[in-house]
Write a protein that binds this ligand. Structure first.
Ligand code: UDP
Ligand code: MG
Length: 316
């Protein structure tokens, strides 16, 4: 009999969890030849999320949990779940029921019978999302796919079920700045995509502000491409070449026609434009250096406060 573990990152999900557990448990109980367990990852919630999870664990011994010492973000929560997982198939699903559990049986089928390594959900529509947010997301996917070697599906979600070997590949990537969408696509393997409509959140609110999404996009681009460095080099080269030509022109003009003091505004413009370009380039370089710095420090991605998952050795 094959085993499936569902990793559920939870951040302030006390209101969604009971309903989530009920719906998903019903779905997975009906699966044949697969025994399912849950790994709830409490990502430093400020509400009663961990108590709710512990109650579930008391009534159902398939419920495992990990609780972090503080909020480390969804990426860290998914990583912790994947590292602690031992099952043949590992799934990741949001706690807010936006990832419809009704897809799970087909997804399991894809990896267990149809020979796929990954079954992943892709969002078909962006209805219910702010127009500006949609436009930015679309732009982001276009840019990142052009300039990096990871090919990220527009609308790809973290909702997926993977074979053990895929999970092992994903957790073998040691980076601190984790951008899962990039990592999942970077590792490759045969993926079956499931079209998925946007569901309303069951309870609570989304934890993604515009600023958080923006920094997430920057993380993705910086993490999977060095093109911005090349662009800033290119822009710098073009600007200084133009400046050089202009200097030659000015020298020739002064020699032939003498000099006048006109042109003060154009100098100020040039100073501002070039100064701005320099600062942008420095900023881009800085982003890479900052990330290198974080990687070199080699800090853990998360700290575990408590868990009911036994370390591998104790199990035997
Ligand atoms: N989440 C988390 N840590 C965070 C933020 C979110 O574990 O710092 C979890 C959250 O509980 C949910 C999932 O990640 O299960 C997706 O979060 P959310 O619904 O806020 O994102 P959205 O669906 O709006 O993209
Ligand atoms: Mg959500």
């Amino acid at each position: 009999m094959n085993t499936l573990e569902l990793i559920v990152p939870c951040f302030n999900e006390e209101d969604s969890l009971p309903q989530f557990y009920k719906t998903v448990a019903e779905t997975v109980n009906s699966l044949e030849d697969i025994s399912t367990s849950f790994i709830f990852v409490d990502d430093g919630s400020g509400d009663k999320t961990i108590q709710v999870i512990k109650q579930l664990a008391q009534s159902d011994n398939r419920v495992k949990y990990i609780s972090f010492s503080r909020n480390f973000g969804k990426e860290a929560a998914m990583l912790a779940g994947m590292r602690m997982s031992r099952a043949d198939f590992v799934g990741i699903i949001d706690a807010d029921l936006q990832h419809s559990p009704s897809l799970i049986p087909d997804m399991v089928n894809a990896v267990s019978r149809e020979g796929y390594d990954i079954a992943a959900a892709r969002r078909t529509d962006r209805t219910g999302e702010a127009k500006l947010k949609s436009a930015f997301s679309r732009g982001f996917y276009k840019i990142i796919n052009k300039i990096s070697d990871a090919n990220i599906e527009d609308g790809a979600q973290d909702f997926r079920i993977m074979k053990r070997k895929v999970v092992n590949a994903v957790i073998s990537m040691p980076e601190y700045n984790r951008f899962s969408k990039g990592i999942f696509s970077w590792v490759g393997y045969k993926t079956k995509w499931f079209e998925h409509e946007n569901q309303e959140r069951f309870a609570g609110s989304s934890k993604w502000s515009f600023w958080k999404l923006f920094t997430y996009a920057v993380d993705g681009i910086i993490g999977f491409s060095t093109a911005p460095l090349k662009i800033s080099f290119f822009v710098g080269a073009v600007t200084s070449f133009a400046g050089f030509i202009y200097a030659l022109y000015t020298i020739v003009k002064t020699l032939c026609f003498g000099s006048d003091v006109k042109g003060y505004p154009s100098i100020i413009c040039a100073v501002f434009i070039i100064g701005g370009l320099i600062l942008i380039s420095l900023g881009i370089t800085g982003e890479y250096i900052a990330r290198t710095y974080m990687e070199v420090k080699n800090r853990p991605n998360y700290l575990i406060d408590e868990t009911n998952i036994l370390p591998e050795e104790d199990k035997k």
